[in-house]
Design a protein around this ligand. Structure first.
Ligand code: ADP
Ligand code: MG
Length: 208
């Protein structure tokens, strides 16, 4: 198996993530209906659909520019908390992945770390606040501990899944779910769930 983080790989990744947002739209809507306003699935599906349309019309030549184009679409088409937060994530990820042919594990991990730092700077969520950060942080930690890109992609997806599941008992301290206080416990966070799909898509698209 060869692992490629190049323009074609990142394009495949964004296609798979858009597909996942479409396939899991109802699941994300149901999760967000329980502890928010029910729009997370439609938000993410709409935003990624638009992003893919834009890439079909004009795909930038390097992986970083491609991710930045996705970021700009999400920022301009997705309202609510998730649009700007995913926009920030993709913008910073893209800034770290501009090299066309030499994206190794160290560069990939460093780009992810900067992206997570930026999401935290923007939304002020910490570990345990029951947000997408609870899937992001363990995934990026797992990447940094990995010894190869191939192993890192798989480990990050598994860690994101565990982080997503670990949001279930938490009481939300950020975002709309925090308005529910203790009643937010017992529900999986929608943003952590879409973030898990992002890492799952990366593992599938980049390690093929
Ligand atoms: P909205 O909450 O505006 O309706 P979405 O439903 O699309 O937006 O997204 C909700 C998700 O956004 C939450 O499940 C959570 O993971 C994430 N989120 C909300 N606020 C923050 C924040 N301050 N920091 C990080 N993630 C957040
Ligand atoms: Mg919502």
């Amino acid at each position: 198996m060869s692992v490629a983080i190049d323009q074609a790989g990142v394009r495949r990744w964004m296609d798979l993530f858009a597909q996942a947002m479409s396939e899991h739209r109802q699941e994300l809507v149901a999760l967000d209906t329980a502890i928010g306003d029910g729009d997370h699935g439609t938000n993410m599906d709409r935003g990624m659909r638009k992003a893919i349309e834009k890439l079909h019309a004009d795909a930038p030549p390097d992986p970083g520019a491609l991710l930045k184009a996705v970021a700009m679409t999400l920022i301009s088409t997705v309202g609510g908390a998730a649009g700007p937060l995913y926009g920030t994530l993709f913008l910073h990820l893209g800034a770290g992945l501009t090299d066309r042919d030499a994206i190794d594990l160290a560069a990939y991990s460093a780009a992810w770390r900067r992206a997570v730092d930026a999401v935290q700077a923007r939304g002020s969520a910490r570990a345990g606040d029951k947000t997408m950060v609870d899937a992001l942080l363990p995934a990026v930690d797992a990447l940094e501990r990995s010894e190869s890109l191939e192993a890192g992609l798989a480990a990050a997806a598994e860690a994101a899944r565990e982080g997503m599941l670990a949001t279930i008992p938490l009481v939300a301290r950020r975002g709309r779910a925090s308005y529910l206080g203790e009643r937010s416990a017992g529900h999986q966070d929608p943003g952590a769930t879409s973030t898990y799909y992002l890492f799952e898509s990366a593992a599938e698209a980049l390690a093929s």
